[in-house]
Ligand binder design. Structure first.
Ligand code: ADP
Ligand code: MG
Length: 269
């Protein structure tokens, strides 16, 4: 635990993929700081570098250069094994496709990260924490259901419970509503909001402005850099009524911070 250090601090992050003779510059100097308790949506067109950034944030991959501190720990130079350790300890992943084990009950799916952790919990304690996490996402009473016996939204709730059960520093969700209808998407985003209200740091990637509008901050990635970084003011204007001019309204079809509030912004070089 790193006290008051930002939960995530990224400086001049560069990622170059080398494929034979060809180099792809996926990230070209990303700077991003996320404080504990934030709810950040990351948006950007296809190919802009979101997944590359998320893979590094989630300790699945390493940057070519630049630094990344996660919960105060410099993880940018760690080898694969150490990254796996930190990842299991600090990050709770939620994916578009739920990624549940089909022949495994909800509670056992949720227990899995505890099996791989260094916590050394008893069978009983693992089960207790799994039930608690399922209750947190509104699935008390469904512990023994198999994924096929649950709706898409319920399956995603199981996946969120699984992400929560280790009490990670960050919940990292990649298009978590991508496979859900709009009503269910609202439900799922509501779960993330509730967890954030309870103090959890949430970072989610989404293509959908309607989903991003539920976050407290939107970071817009384009061509390998952060080109906009805006705080969202919830409930300050009527739905759809944007503050900040026509250009902002086009980029963000929801309410953004008025000019007197601090707005960090970076422009591509
Ligand atoms: P997004 O998630 O925003 O669609 P990505 O991070 O997946 O963007 O991709 C950013 C750029 O890096 C794209 O040009 C993509 O083709 C390239 N890229 C992504 N992953 C790899 C890889 N493993 N090898 C080579 N190029 C990659
Ligand atoms: Mg992607």
């Amino acid at each position: 635990m790193a006290g008051d250090a930002p939960v995530l601090e990224i400086h001049d992050l560069v990622k170059v993929y080398r494929m034979g003779e060809v180099e792809v510059h996926a990230l070209k100097g990303v700077n991003l700081t996320v404080e504990r308790g934030e709810f950040v949506a990351i948006m950007g067109p296809s190919g802009s570098g979101k997944s590359t950034l998320m893979n590094i944030v989630g300790c699945l991959d390493r940057p070519t250069s630049g630094t990344y501190h996660l919960d105060g720990i410099d993880v940018s130079r760690l080898d694969r094994d150490h990254r796996a350790e930190i990842r299991n300890d600090k990050i709770g992943f939620v994916f578009q496709s739920f990624n549940l084990l089909a022949r495994t009950r909800a509670t056992e799916n949720v227990e899995l990260p505890l099996l791989y952790s260094n916590l050394g919990l008893s069978t009983l304690e693992r089960a207790r924490r799994a039930r608690q996490a399922l209750a947190q996402v509104g699935l008390a009473g469904r512990e023994d259901h198999y994924p096929s016996q649950l709706s898409g939204g319920q399956q995603q709730r199981v996946a969120i419970a699984r992400a929560l059960v280790t009490n990670p520093a960050i919940l990292l969700a990649d298009e978590p509503t991508g496979n859900l209808d709009s009503r269910t998407s609202e439900e799922i985003i509501g779960i993330f909001q509730g967890l954030n209200d309870a103090g959890k740091t949430v970072i989610l990637i989404t293509h959908e402005p309607d989903i991003a509008a539920h976050a407290k901050r939107v970071v817009y990635v384009r061509d390998g850099v952060v080109w906009r970084d805006e705080r969202i003011v919830q409930m300050k204007a009527k739905p759809g009524q944007a503050v900040g001019g026509a250009e902002l309204a086009a980029a963000f079809p929801f309410t953004v911070a008025p000019a007197e509030e601090p707005v960090r912004e970076e422009v591509p070089r």
